[in-house]
Design a protein. Structure first.
Length: 228
């Protein structure tokens, strides 16, 4: 199959193309430049694979949570391309994509993104026997201090939430910390990996039904809150 995946929910802007058994990727840490980079990245991947856009079977996108503007951009681009090509969209949790940055073993994975305003986006996963993920709790936005995690003997932690709140999060873990990486971001390569599974399972949807997941409605602190 041919599937194009977009991930713009954080500082990382990435696009991946699944072409048969091959996956080719473009990725750049480029805050506030996603809008100018995504389509050229997609065109470069299609050109490298020798494909036209109409050869695509589906468009996949990281649906968030993450930065409001980045999540909106990714969803809008995926919808626009899918509508123009009359193709379905597969939405993938950006936290789940982030979790695939962790080592491949039996330890539980905490995927955690710095949500700003003193909060984090977080979810816990374990790998299944087929290399996929099983969610162990719900995606949520909360403070690092209030995060409640499932019981597990060992943990991997990935994401910018660790870079900001590592000391607090480490105390919330219910088992041994094996690895931690606060410089990881959700990547289109992993969005594509999860999306192929969803597509084959029949979970693609019409473009207009592809919706973002923000987890919160508040974009910024008020002046009074900033003062406190």
């Amino acid at each position: 199959m041919n599937l194009l995946a977009i991930e713009t929910s954080t500082e990382a802007c990435s696009v991946a193309l699944v072409h048969g058994d091959e996956v080719i990727v473009r990725s750049e840490i480029a805050p506030r430049r996603h809008a100018e980079l995504v389509l050229p990245m997609a065109d470069a991947l299609l050109a490298e694979a020798g494909l036209g856009r109409h050869a695509l079977d589906a468009i996949a996108v990281g649906r968030g949570p993450g930065a409001f503007t980045g999540v909106r951009l990714g969803i809008s681009l995926a919808q626009g391309m899918a509508l123009a090509l009359d193709r379905p969209v597969v939405t993938v949790s950006s936290l789940a994509a982030l979790a695939l940055e962790a080592p491949e073993d039996e330890a539980v994975i905490l995927a955690v993104i710095d949500a700003r305003m003193g909060e984090i986006y977080a979810a816990s996963y374990r790998r299944d026997d087929n290399g996929g993920l099983v969610a162990l709790d719900e995606e949520r936005v909360c403070t690092a201090e209030s995060l409640v995690l499932p019981k597990a003997a060992a943990w991997h932690v990935v994401g910018t939430g660790w870079a900001t709140y590592g000391a607090v999060l480490g105390a919330r873990l219910t088992g041994a910390l094996l690895t931690s990486d606060g410089a990881c971001f959700p990547q289109a390569e992993h969005v594509a990996e999860l999306a192929v599974r969803e597509f084959k399972a029949g979970h693609a949807q019409a473009p207009e039904l592809a919706l973002p997941v923000y987890l919160r409605d508040k974009v910024a602190l008020t002046l009074a809150e900033q003062g406190r």
